[in-house]
Structures are given as structure tokens and as C-alpha cells.
Ligand binder design. Structure first.
Ligand code: PLP
Length: 413
């Protein structure tokens, strides 16, 4: 069979779009969110469990720092491509304070959010055909960032029977001579799973023994509940530090998703290559946003604790309401702000006159019939599940989940 590219070039014309962008999937989470917001704007009473962002405004002292920065002509200029020196220094101090990881400013690169830092890291590390192991359910960006960089995403499936966590035996089954990288995230989007110290240690040792790089996503490091402890992989297994890229940012911790400040911490040679890449692609992150992030990292940290307390309450509410629903089973989310219930008990049944064959069908029905937006597991490589972000008010959670419960109650055989 000739491909579209071959057909086009036989016709003497090159395709309009590159292969890379043609193959790129749109962000399912952003598109669920956009559709739900459009319905809301049209006057519908929609409850949105779609978005991966805190519903709180950015704390006032951070906003004030940004307002002051706006009025200062110094922040109207480019900064170094890798970020403001004072912000890099603050990231070093914050990383030592919060996770015990010692780094120096030459290892830090400030990027346009954690998402951009992930793309930077994949571009810096992966050559065509290099394989990156990605445990599923995965955050939608990981396979796309790997593929855009020319790498091959290799999906390692997990399910609720293991709390959505991979172990070394599974990883070993997928390791080949082309395996360059493992993507590791804890707490996890989309499942809310968290790895224990001993599990992190085993995975870190496996990576070190096999000389595999770890892309360690710590964006949800502060969203941990019920006395659980967050552990940073290169701190638990220091031997891996020379092949580890830690990704983090202010989006989630300080309710700053729109400001677009994230970073990576990498070995010096990798960080220097990423600075070079950014200098030719995005230049610097908005100067004012960098100064806002500086205020966030250096300012009063009690704002984080109070947001986390609210998320913990919402987590318990979400988990208890989901656990009581017909056809649903849910493991207790331990971190981040997502629940990831299985809806397999509803598949093959009829709800509101429609046969439900997949979690995607169910998500469509939820928005159409109950005006509740959720993201189907298909978006995360895990059909049969739904992702619900509980970053919305307690009242909205209770109302949205009551609507879903009512809808699911009506399921026929
Ligand atoms: N990593 C994970 C697992 C995420 O869920 C997100 C955002 O949803 C990010 C990284 C990046 O966030 P941002 O680009 O806003 O810093």
C-alpha cells in the first residue's frame, strides 16, 4: 500500500504537513476541557472534572510580585535562555529544601512549564529509534513528546490490581538494547498512585544497573495525603543522578498553570544542551512569569499547605462517592488531584437508551446526559477507566458525582 506521502510525491507534490505533526495526537484533556467550557459559555450547567489545574487563584503575594515586575523596565527584556540566575538559584534551594536533592544552578533550565521541560529532555536525550518505557496509564504528553523527539514510546501496562504501579520484573520484560529512558511519575497523573520508598529504590537500582535514563516527573510532589511521604528518585538512589532528569514547576503547587514556568534539573552536559536548544527555539520564559515564580518559591509556603488540605478533603469526598456508585470500582487516590475509577462494570450495558461499549462512550454520555465532563481512560492508554480531576469545589464535586450516580443507577443489562 502506498502511503499518503508516497502518493503525494508521485504526484509531484510534497505533503502539506510533516509526518511528525500529522501523527501528533491532540491533548485529550485539554480538548475535553475546551468542549466543556464551550458548553458552559453557551449557558449549560456543566460540571467539569476534566482540567488538571487547581481551581484556586494564584496567591496574592505572587501576583503582587508580578505586578511590580511589570512596572520595572528590567523585566521588559530577554533573560538568559536557561532562566534568570536568581530563579535558578531559588530552584536549587527549593529542591534541597523539599526533596533533599543537591544540584547547582548549571544543572537547572527554566522552561515554559513542566510540559516544555519534558519535551526539552526528550529532545536532548533521544535519537531516532531510541526506546522510552512509559508505564500506562500515562499522562497523555509523554508518548507524544517521546515520538516528537524521534524516540519510540514503549508502553508498559499496569492496572488497578497493582495500584497502577510498575515493578522491575515488568520493566525488565520490555527492556531491549535500544531502551534509553524510563518515564517515572509519582504522584501520578492520571491515577493518583504513589510509589513507596522501597519501590522507588528497586526501580532506581534497575535503571542504574542497566544504564537507563530516568525522566522523573515531580510536578505533584506536594499533593500527597494521609501521612504519605514523597521521595525523589535520585535522592533514594544517588547512583542514578548522573542519568536522571527531574522535571518540576510552579503550575500545580502554587496554582500558576497559566504563568507557564517549569524547569528541569539534569546533569550539566544535558542542561547545557537544553539551554542551547531553547536559545534556538523559545528563548526565555516570560521574564515577569519568572519573577512571579521566584516569589512563589521564596515566599510563604503555608499557602501550599492550605491548598493541599482542601484537596485532601475533596479527595476523600470524591473517593467515597465513587466507591458507592453502581458499576464503578475505585482505588483510593494517594496523591496529585485525580481519581481513576474502573467503569468496566458498566460496559456492555445500556444507559439512557445507549449501549455503552467503552469508557469513551461513557464519557460522551456523561457530558450529553448529565452535563458532567470527565476524561475517558483511552486518552491515557487505559480503556475501561475514567479520570476525574477533583480540583473543583466541594459543592461541585458533590453535585457532579450525584448526577453521575443517578445516570449509572439507570443502567440496564
Ligand atoms: N507532568 C504531569 C504529570 C502533569 O500532569 C502536568 C500538567 O498537567 C505537567 C507535567 C506539566 O504541567 P505544566 O506544563 O503546567 O508545568
Amino acid at each position: 500500500m502506498t502511503t499518503q506521502y508516497e502518493q503525494a510525491s508521485q504526484a509531484g507534490e510534497l505533503p502539506r504537513l510533516s509526518r511528525k505533526l500529522k501523527a501528533l495526537a491532540p491533548s485529550a484533556t485539554l480538548s475535553v476541557d475546551a468542549k466543556a467550557k464551550a458548553l458552559k459559555a453557551a449557558g449549560e450547567d456543566v460540571i467539569i472534572f476534566g482540567a488538571g489545574e487547581p481551581d484556586f487563584p494564584t496567591p496574592p503575594h505572587i501576583v503582587e510580585a508580578a505586578v511590580a515586575a511589570c512596572s520595572d523596565p528590567r523585566s521588559h527584556k530577554y533573560t538568559p535562555a536557561g532562566g534568570l540566575p536568581e530563579l535558578k538559584q531559588a530552584i536549587v534551594a527549593k529542591t534541597l529544601r523539599d526533596s533533599g536533592l543537591q544540584a547547582d544552578p548549571g544543572q537547572v533550565v527554566v522552561a515554559n512549564g513542566g510540559k516544555h521541560a519534558i519535551y526539552d529532555a526528550c529532545t536532548a536525550l533521544l535519537d531516532d529509534g531510541d526506546e522510552a518505557l512509559i508505564p500506562a496509564p500515562y499522562w497523555t504528553t509523554y508518548p507524544e513528546a517521546v515520538a516528537l523527539a524521534g524516540g519510540r514510546p514503549v508502553i508498559v501496562d499496569t492496572d488497578d490490581s497493582t495500584g497502577f504501579k510498575v515493578n522491575v520484573e515488568q520493566l525488565e520484560q520490555y527492556r531491549t538494547s535500544h531502551t534509553k529512558m524510563l518515564v517515572f511519575v509519582s504522584p501520578s497523573n492520571p491515577t493518583g498512585a504513589m510509589y513507596d520508598r522501597s519501590e522507588i529504590e528497586a526501580i532506581g537500582r534497575w535503571a542504574a544497573d542497566n544504564r537507563i535514563w530516568v525522566l522523573c516527573d515531580e510536578i505533584y510532589e506536594h499533593f500527597v495525603y494521609a501521612e504519605r511521604q514523597q521521595h525523589s528518585l535520585p535522592v533514594v538512589v544517588p547512583e542514578v543522578a548522573d542519568r536522571c532528569v527531574v522535571v518540576n514547576g510552579v503550575s500545580k503547587t502554587y496554582a500558576m498553570t497559566g504563568w507557564r514556568v517549569g524547569w528541569l534539573i539534569a546533569p550539566g552536559d544535558v542542561a547545557a544542551a537544553v539551554v542551547n536548544f531553547q536559545s534556538q527555539t523559545t528563548s526565555n520564559v516570560a521574564n515577569v512569569s519568572q519573577l512571579a515564580a521566584l516569589a512563589a518559591l521564596q515566599g510563604d509556603q503555608s499557602v501550599v499547605a492550605s491548598m493541599v488540605e482542601a484537596f485532601d478533603r475533596r479527595r476523600r469526598l470524591t473517593y467515597s462517592m465513587l466507591s458507592e456508585m453502581d458499576g464503578i470500582s475505585c482505588i483510593e487516590p494517594q496523591g496529585a488531584f485525580y481519581a481513576f475509577p474502573s467503569v468496566k462494570g458498566l460496559l456492555g450495558r445500556t444507559i439512557a437508551g445507549k449501549q455503552i461499549n467503552s469508557s469513551a462512550d461513557l464519557a460522551e454520555l456523561a457530558i450529553a446526559e448529565a452535563k458532567v465532563a470527565v476524561v475517558p481512560g483511552e486518552a491515557f492508554g487505559a480503556p475501561g477507566f475514567l479520570r476525574l480531576s477533583y480540583a473543583l469545589s466541594d459543592e461541585q464535586i458533590a453535585e457532579g458525582l450525584s448526577r453521575l450516580a443517578k445516570l449509572f443507577e439507570s443502567a440496564g443489562e
